[in-house]
Write a protein that binds this ligand. Structure first.
Ligand code: MG
Length: 252
């Protein structure tokens, strides 16, 4: 096809494309050159993937196994959780921990392990949690042969959305969450204009598929939707010595 013909076809497409696609999209596009539907700009930025589950080149590493410098307690004091053998473990009673940084839309990778020595049952066995924006909990729990309410088990958006499957590994083994989170949006008047959305893979298995977040995680009562901006990531002290390692996040 000559350049002039291609140009005239392109003009025709630009002028009539919408109308044509509404009338008879298949018939009208059969003779198009394939280049008409190619998009070259912008070009996706090149990112070197990490080996296995190590952080990719553009991630913020929130815990690399050596120190808890990215984390503080609610009162701003340094993180008192213990660091040993490349993992940090809840020191029961010291309280939940929060990132110094705040986040909005993100991709989060985090590895967790419930105690090998099984104690307690239901919500009392290996309970912790990952709170996106300090409000929306992806439950961490030992649910390997440990029944509890379905919307409170590991992989749930706590009290809002049960996981699609139970993909738990046995207690004492490391498990992964890969989380893709879209923060809720609020207008200037403080009204929510779009809900948060979350996708979660547990150990590589899809457990939440673009799930709508109804509002804040509440132990009692219904979710709330007060306006907020970027906020810290929180890891919960629920009194059980749950461990974490290899935590990294990519802001979207
Ligand atoms: Mg929890």
């Amino acid at each position: 096809m000559k350049n002039r013909e291609l140009l005239s076809l392109l003009c025709c497409f630009l002028l009539q494309g919408t109308l044509l696609s509404q009338i008879a999209p298949q018939k009208s596009t059969e003779k198009w050159p394939p280049e008409l539907t190619e998009v070259w700009e912008p070009e996706p930025v090149v990112v070197s993937p990490g080996q296995s589950t190590t952080a990719p080149s553009d991630a913020i590493v929130l815990f690399d196994g050596t120190n808890t410098g990215e984390w503080i307690h609610k009162d701003g004091s340094p993180c008192k959780w213990t660091v040993q053998d490349g993992a940090m473990t809840v020191a029961a009673g010291t309280g939940s921990i929060f990132t110094k940084r705040t986040f909005g839309d993100c991709q989060l990778h985090i590895e967790w392990r419930t105690p090998a020595e099984v104690k307690g049952e239901g919500q009392g066995r290996g309970n912790s949690g990952i709170f996106l924006q300090n409000r929306y909990e992806v439950q961490v729990l030992d649910n390997y042969g440990n029944r509890t309410y379905s919307n409170g088990q590991a992989g749930s958006i706590y009290k809002q959305s049960m996981p699609l499957v139970n993909a738990c590994r046995p207690p004492g083994e490391w498990q992964t969450y890969d989380i893709i989170f879209t923060a809720p949006r609020f207008n200037a008047g403080g009204m929510k204009t779009s809900s948060g959305q979350i996708t979660v893979l547990q150990n590589g298995v899809l457990v939440q598929n673009h799930t709508r977040i109804l509002g804040t995680t509440e132990y009692i009562g219904l979710p709330r939707n007060e306006a907020h901006e970027k906020a810290p990531l929180q890891l919960q002290d629920h009194g059980n010595p749950v461990s974490y390692r290899n935590i990294w996040i990519r802001e979207l």
